[in-house]
Design a binder for this molecule. Sequence first.
Ligand SMILES: *[C@@H]1O[C@H](CO)[C@@H](O)[C@H](O)[C@H]1NC(C)=O
Ligand SMILES: *[C@@H]1O[C@H](CO)[C@@H](O)[C@H](O)[C@H]1NC(C)=O
Length: 126
Amino acid sequence: MRNYLILLFLSAFLIVVKGEENEPEFLQPFLKFIVPVGHNVTFRCEFKNLGNFKIGWIKENDNKLVLALGSRMITQDLRISANLNENFYELYITKVDLNDSGIYACRVNTDPPKQQIGILEVIETI
Ligand SMILES: *[C@@H]1O[C@H](CO)[C@@H](O)[C@H](O)[C@H]1NC(C)=O
Ligand SMILES: *[C@@H]1O[C@H](CO)[C@@H](O)[C@H](O)[C@H]1NC(C)=O
């Protein structure tokens, strides 16, 4: 009986410890944006359990351009900004041009990295 209780206690403890090791998870799929030139776009990536992992915005085409790491901007493009909150991470692109079209990824540095991608298609105004 006593060993049984100890075992029960141990497994409860392990569940708690494992719970704290939860890896980040994305909560919502992205949409595909189709917008005319000159409009603004906001990508929003919702997640939980970020913990001490790092998160960033990456543009997938070309040569995997890192746009932002957390709230620190890496791109020199002043039209682009990022905003990191506890449960979500946003990328704002103002005045989109045709060459902003492509795949945008919100990525965390888990091993292997987890990411969520969104597509932006900028179309010419008629
Ligand atoms: C886009 O964002 C800029 C800067 O925040 C703002 O001045 C502008 O009015 C916005 N344009 C549209 C089409 O919403
Ligand atoms: C995108 O196109 C605009 C105007 O056509 C140009 O000024 C800008 O340099 C281009 N940006 C890139 C990253 O090619």
